[in-house]
Design a protein around this ligand. Structure first.
Ligand SMILES: [Zn+2]
Length: 70
């Protein structure tokens, strides 16, 4: 049985999106969490805000998790 991949993420995580940004980057960093999610393109630094439901639909997975020891 395949495990269902849960789309959990937290502030500071770098996530991979389904669609490539015009600058060529596929990864974005989560810079704000709330009803709306703000992400920053890791390629060009562009900031984009989108509804959480939209974000969850467009993201593939977390590629770099924030280290949260302690
Ligand atoms: Zn970009």
């Amino acid at each position: 049985m395949m495990a269902v991949e849960r789309k959990t993420f937290q502030l500071g995580d770098v996530v991979k999106m389904k669609k490539q940004h015009p600058c060529g980057s596929l990864t974005w960093q989560v810079v704000r969490l709330g009803a709306d999610i703000k992400i920053k393109c890791t390629g060009c630094g562009r900031l984009v805000m989108l509804p959480r439901s939209d974000f969850e639909r467009k993201m593939l997975r977390v590629v770099t998790e924030v280290q949260n020891d302690g």
